[in-house]
Design a binder for this molecule. Structure first.
Ligand code: AMP
Length: 575
């Protein structure tokens, strides 16, 4: 059965639980957690996946990171295992990378807080001792990379005979990394009675084949979307800034400090973020106000009134809160998060650039959301420029520029007689140019010039297309099997910026395939696959492009490990 959905325009109640989540069949303790997390309504994948998963159905879901898919499988998983016999383990979530193992296990822990469910992340590169100890003590949910899960199965330190739920997360990525055999071997060890959910950003034939073998009469969930008709998406200038999660607030402030919008909308996904962002902006001297579904109508009206009259310059909102509002066109829409569906993105940026006026949409993106960003670009059929977060130097230059132009305007306006008298008096003991500079310094300071600022570290982009070409992210097509290898990307001599080349002393003759190298790097060095670029497998050696910052970790880890059962030489390759 194939289910498709488009986001519903309904607005949940202003206060209390979102009927959206309650209507999906989630129990009160989970609703309390979601309320505390500030989630206002389910994302499309959650709306479609949660009810069948709660019923115990197998599921094949097409969704990528950023769509809310973790909660889509974690919430029903938690609800189901909380009331069954709590075996240890009861549920296994397989993910491609160590990074994701950590993220997903933290998310499951967060969602399962009220239900007191124990969670453990297992991945390569982590010391065995603590893992073995935790496994001996017993945990209910295990989130693991396939390599490490198999390792424990073989050591008999992990037993899957009593599993009730298995989730394959980012299945296409796991196949790309050469984990197909490992997945089969792991699933072999699980009971036939278990519930299985498989999530993948793409649905190539290889995923269909796994689904056929391992899912029982699965419900299929795809988030359908009408492609935006040419010209339907607002023509606004779109820019994205890629930063690590911990620098998002500083990046937002920096972008605002440079753009200085008179009135802008800042969108966040959750109520919590709305409150945090509003507080952070106000502490930096902005006049911002929060608006979200947790506020009463009276409060919302007051905030809107202040925004319309220009008393508030920044309105920080959740999508749900903004949906029902008659908001005047603003010069800037700033997405503190990428939204979880394309339609929501288009709706957000439609708040600017109205009636032929110029508008700008700026989005803060975490590195792992770059795939989604490309999907947005395809969907809106407009270019999104990826720009570095403005540096401290840019900020200082901008502030000086602003000071200069306000002085110029004041000069042009005239009426300076009273102030000339001060200059005359001061000129008796100081050089007039110094007097002017001191006055300018005061103006500069009043523009925030003496605020302590920090440099925001730049984040490396993923390797360029085509190796991560047109992958649909939020949901549907294009379909097709990208094939396991070789990864495309720049050929020898034409590496992407910020990458170095690693030499591995084994190649085709030793049966090496690109997937083996990706698997070894991800598992042993615990480096996410997006850090890996083009791979060339020659007869007797291989060359792997990797992000410079991860090179040393990769070389050390590969040097310690066996690839296809053999120890190989690994070193930095110089062209
Ligand atoms: P995921 O696609 O699972 O990686 O989730 C992406 C982000 O969206 C995470 O930071 C979640 O906390 C957040 N998120 C998931 N579901 C919702 C929701 N219904 N409302 C607001 N934020 C959500």
């Amino acid at each position: 059965m194939k289910h498709t959905t488009t986001p519903s325009p309904t607005e949940p109640a202003a206060k209390g639980f979102s009927p959206g989540f309650a209507a999906l069949g989630l129990e009160a303790s989970l609703l309390t957690t979601l309320e505390a997390l500030g989630y206002e309504e389910p994302t499309p994948i959650q709306r479609e996946a949660i009810p069948p998963l709660l019923e115990g159905r197998d599921l094949l879901g097409q969704a990528a990171t950023g769509t809310g898919k973790t909660a889509a499988f974690a919430l029903p998983l938690l609800q189901r295992i909380a009331h069954g016999p709590r075996q240890r383990p009861t549920a296994l979530v397989l993910v491609p990378t160590r990074e994701l193992a950590v993220q997903v296990s933290e998310a499951v822990q967060r969602y399962g807080k009220e239900l007191r469910i124990s969670v453990l992340a297992l991945y390569g590169g982590q010391a065995m001792g603590p893992q073995l100890q935790a496994l001996r003590r017993g945990v209910e949910v295990i989130v693991a990379t396939p390599g490490r899960a198999l390792d424990h199965l073989r050591r008999k330190t992990l037993k899957l005979a009593d599993l009730q739920v298995v989730v394959l997360d980012e299945a296409d990525e796991m196949l790309d990394m050469g984990f197909a055999d490992d997945l089969d071997a792991i699933l072999e060890e699980t009971p036939a009675t278990k519930q299985t959910a498989l999530f993948s950003a793409t649905m190539p034939p290889r995923i269909a084949s796994i689904a056929r073998r391992h899912l029982k009469n699965p419900i299929e969930v795809t988030i359908a979307r009408e492609p935006v008709k040419a010209g339907a998406a607002p023509r606004v200038q779109q820019t994205a800034y890629v930063v690590a999660r911990q620098h998002k607030v500083s990046a937002l402030a920096r972008v605002l400090d440079i753009a200085m919008p008179k009135s802008a909308l800042v969108f966040c996904r959750t109520r919590l973020e709305v409150d945090e962002v509003t507080a952070a902006l106000n502490s930096r001297g902005y006049r911002s106000e929060a608006i979200h579904g947790g506020m009463s109508q009276v409060q919302r009206d007051r905030v809107m009134q202040a925004f319309r009259t220009g008393q508030t310059e920044l309105l920080v909102a959740t999508d749900v809160a903004a949906r029902g509002l008659d908001i005047p066109s603003v010069s800037h829409v700033i997405n503190y998060d990428l939204p979880s569906s394309l339609e929501v993105y288009v709706h957000r940026i439609g708040r600017t650039g109205r009636a032929g006026r110029e508008g700008a949409a700026m989005t803060i993106v975490e590195p792992r959301e770059q795939r989604l960003l490309r999907a947005v670009e395809q969907h809106t059929k407009a270019r999104i420029t990826i720009a570095p977060v403005p540096s401290l130097g840019d900020l200082l230059a901008k502030r000086l520029e602003r000071t200069k132009s306000s002085i110029q305007e004041t000069l042009e306006a005239g009426g300076l007689e009273d102030f000339r008298r001060v200059v005359d008096a001061l000129s008796a003991s100081a050089d007039p140019a110094d007097i002017a500079a001191a006055a300018i310094k005061l103006v500069y300071r009043s523009h925030g010039g003496d605020r302590e600022e920090e440099e925001i570290p730049a984040v490396q982009m993923r390797a360029p297309e085509p190796y991560r070409s047109s992958r649909p992210a939020y949901g549907s097509a294009p379909q097709g099997d990208r094939g396991r290898a070789p990864r495309g990307g720049p050929s020898r001599g034409g590496r992407a910026a910020g990458t170095v080349r690693v030499y591995v002393g084994a190649g085709r003759a030793a049966g090496i395939r690109p997937g083996d190298l990706v698997g070894a790097i991800a598992n042993e060095a615990g480096v996410p696959s997006r850090m890996i670029g083009a791979i060339e497998v020659e007869e007797r050696f291989s060359l792997v492009d990797v992000q410079e910052e991860a090179a040393r970790q990769i070389i050390e880890a590969l040097g310690r490990t066996r690839i296809k059962g053999q120890k190989v030489a690994v070193r930095l390759f110089r062209d």
